[in-house]
Design a protein around this ligand. Sequence first.
Ligand SMILES: Nc1ncnc2c1ncn2[C@@H]1O[C@H](COP(=O)(O)OP(=O)(O)OP(=O)(O)O)[C@@H](O)[C@H]1O
Length: 235
Amino acid sequence: MIYLNNVSKTYPNGTVGIKPTSLSIEKGEFVFITGNSGSGKSTLLKLMLKEIEPTHGKISINNKEITKLRRRQVPYLRRDIGVVFQDFRLLPNKTVYENVAFAMQVVQATNKEIRRAVPVVLGLVGLAKKARCYPHELSGGEQQRTAIARAIVNNSPILIADEPTGNLDPATSWEIMTLLQDINLRGVTVIVATHEREIVNVMKKREIEVNSGMIVKDIYEEGYEDEMEYHQVPL
Ligand SMILES: Nc1ncnc2c1ncn2[C@@H]1O[C@H](COP(=O)(O)OP(=O)(O)OP(=O)(O)O)[C@@H](O)[C@H]1O
């Protein structure tokens, strides 16, 4: 479902974000991306979202080679991938309902489709009673639930979360991770970049650890450790 083939990224100022890396993530997986600050986690996610272009290599998402997509085709990629950020990024002047509805308006859903889908997804994230609230009237966890609702309302097959619990207390972080796990159980491929070592250890999902722009560890649920040679393509 997500394939990186010998992908590297050097930023214009010469900083190496990712060294040549190959990686595959299959449909329905739940994957943690871990690593120290500056190791390259966000670079990896931004490459998958086509926010930045690789210096070398090919990336395909859902059978489309995104490195070949033109800028004006990027909105189609956005339909395949919902995104959640550490700082929620909700629209402050819109209610919970309107924030989620807006994501559907952007992809030209009809009013009927919006009226049907938004309450369902708000129920799924446990926010049915907060639909009329504005973001400033919500707790951090509720704001992140709203952001997750917005990310999944268009039925994207992939959900990418960059430090989704970075601004939340430990109990709320667990609630959010549990929600992401529920969404994964509904068939969505979920990729989460995180620093939360305890959560990663307890949830026992596939973990891809990045260090200095290289994948240094790739451990699957069953404890199977992939061959490092496969991922570290020599320069
Ligand atoms: N726009 C940019 N221009 C130049 N260098 C960058 C840019 N963005 C990131 N980098 C560098 O690329 C490397 C990887 O950064 P990246 O943001 O991917 O790390 P990270 O693992 O997500 O870190 P954090 O956990 O702190 O968010 C770092 O050395 C960083 O300084």
